[in-house]
Design a protein around this ligand. Structure first.
Ligand code: BG6
Length: 488
């Protein structure tokens, strides 16, 4: 059940707030009929008054196609200036009390830190020093990714957070967890015995997790060049997908059981072998008649940057279910298209009785392709005998597409914001989970930061060849062009 609350967005005039948070928040409170329960207080370093901020909010909503918001903005939107780096938040605290009094709110507060990671510690200290870590109602702290930049910094950020907030107040965002198709992974596995009974080393040959992006780094160099693709995508989004695809069945569908399951899985992953890691950086190229910049030519990227924009690696899980089954994780910027897929390849039949029909038995492998975005859905690939006298095998597919069955999927941020308002932590990353994930990649990150060999790939191609051949990197559309996005 929702309760009246104050929604404080730190970074209230930023890009994330404007493009994702405001439209998602507005749609949620309208759809759930709780617009009269929510008051928004944007915090930024800009010297603007409430009216100017209301214009900004209105414009942002309009950009997202949401009209007629003037009345809500006038009645329920405020702005408080806090200079950048300021840790004395007594003014903010006084303003919160004033706004809450005006709206007779019971003191339920959300602090959403839509800020660059370097700003997290200062704001958390400031909130705590001003006593804003507790209130007469509930207080929830929302922290955007990346949470830390390695294991040590994530541990220290967790310690800082826990010095004034309890873990059940903390919502670490990984927006992939809010995508409908990602939320469906556990349902797909544990509501369908057909798949689950084959989801193990006895039946599965290999699993791929491929997240391809067609865009380059654009104007985000200030953040990305210090982060790189391992911190930006692998440590969080791809690792969450891996955990959901490989974890054991949770005891129940609650936040703690699911997060316990993910942590257990992450802790069972074998130390990554450097020989199984390929790093890449896109170089300039012509693609579809367009001249694409190389990473080093992008705005504000140093000429000699060694930041990886592509990573591909093999993961092995030392547990009963997955012993010996390789997991290939791959992601890169400036690839030919945007596509996130999980591909499960099953083992071939033990004996090949269809000699002469295909190259060898390996061809007779069933594949399940879970398409997370776009053209959301899944396909099961299987062989069928072509009608007629001779024994010809053809590969066919059974497909399911969200667009054919459901309305447009809700954007991830909409789902996540509603869960924050409701106080459901299932789709948020727990402290031990984020540390387990950094522990896994720390050695790879150190090697990358220290200039481990990085391959240049042409912008608009599928990235450098790795030590292992991809099963199915280049994604195939399922059927038609229908799409149910947005769910980003
Ligand atoms: C963000 C990364 O977390 O996820 C971006 O910082 C990336 O670099 C984005 O482009 C991808 O998200 P989506 O939802 O478009 O797949």
């Amino acid at each position: 059940m929702t309760e009246p609350h104050l929604f404080v967005i730190y970074g209230g005039t930023g890009d994330l707030t404007s493009r994702k948070l405001l439209p998602s928040m507005y749609r949620i409170i309208k759809d759930a009929g709780i617009a009269d329960q929510s008051v928004l207080l944007g915090v930024s370093s800009k010297d603007i008054d409430d009216d100017a901020y209301r214009e900004f909010v209105k414009e942002s909503l309009l950009e997202a196609g949401i009209e007629d918001t003037a009345a809500w903005c006038a009645e329920r939107v405020y702005h408080q200036r806090v200079p950048r780096g300021e840790e004395d938040l007594s003014l903010l605290s006084a303003r919160i009390t004033k706004v809450e009094d005006e709206h007779a709110l019971p003191g339920n507060r959300i602090f959403y830190l839509a800020l660059p990671p370097v700003a997290f510690p200062g704001v958390i200290k400031g909130l705590s020093a001003a006593g804003l870590n507790e209130s007469p109602g509930w207080t929830r702290l929302v922290i955007e990714k990346p949470f830390g930049r390695d294991l040590v910094s994530a541990q220290s950020l967790n310690r800082l957070v826990h010095s004034s907030f309890d873990e059940d107040q903390v919502y670490r965002i990984d927006h992939y967890l809010g995508k409908e198709t990602v939320r469906n992974l556990l349902a797909f596995r544990f509501a369908n015995m057909l798949f689950e009974s084959s989801w193990n080393r006895d039946r599965v040959d290999a699993i791929e997790i491929n997240v391809a992006e067609s865009l380059g780094i654009g104007q985000r160099a200030a953040y990305f060049d210090g982060a790189g693709v391992i911190r930006d995508m692998l440590q969080n989004h791809l690792t969450q997908l891996l955990a959901l695809v490989a974890m054991e069945a949770p005891d129940s569908f609650d936040a703690e059981s699911i997060r316990d399951g993910k942590v257990r899985l992450l802790n069972a992953i074998r130390t990554i072998d450097f020989d199984e890691v390929t790093l890449g950086q896109y170089g300039p190229a012509e693609h579809n008649g367009e001249s694409l910049l190389g990473y080093r030519q992008e705005d504000q990227v140093p000429d000699n940057s060694i930041t990886p924009t592509f990573v591909s690696l093999k993961i092995q899980i030392d547990n009963w279910r997955w012993q010996g089954v390789p997991f290939y994780l791959r992601t890169g910027k400036r690839l030919p298209e945007k596509s996130s897929q999980i591909v499960v390849r099953f083992q071939p039949p033990p004996i090949c009785i269809f000699h002469g029909q295909k190259d060898d038995c390996v061809s007779h492998q069933n594949v399940i392709r879970l398409v997370l975005q776009p053209n959301e859905g899944f396909q099961l690939h299987f062989d069928v005998k072509s009608p007629g006298e001779s024994l010809q095998l053809l590969e066919k597919q059974l497909s399911f597409m969200y667009a054919e069955e459901f309305e447009e999927l809700p954007p991830a941020y909409q789902t996540l914001i509603l869960d924050i308002i409701l106080g459901d932590q299932t789709l948020f990353v727990r402290a031990d989970e984020v540390e387990a994930s950094w522990r896994l990649y720390d050695p790879v990150i150190q090697a990358a930061d220290n200039g481990r060999k990085i391959h240049t790939y042409d912008a608009g191609t599928w990235g450098p060849e790795g030590p292992h051949t991809p099963i199915q990197w280049a994604p195939e559309p399922i059927r038609g062009e229908a799409t149910t996005s947005p769910q980003a």
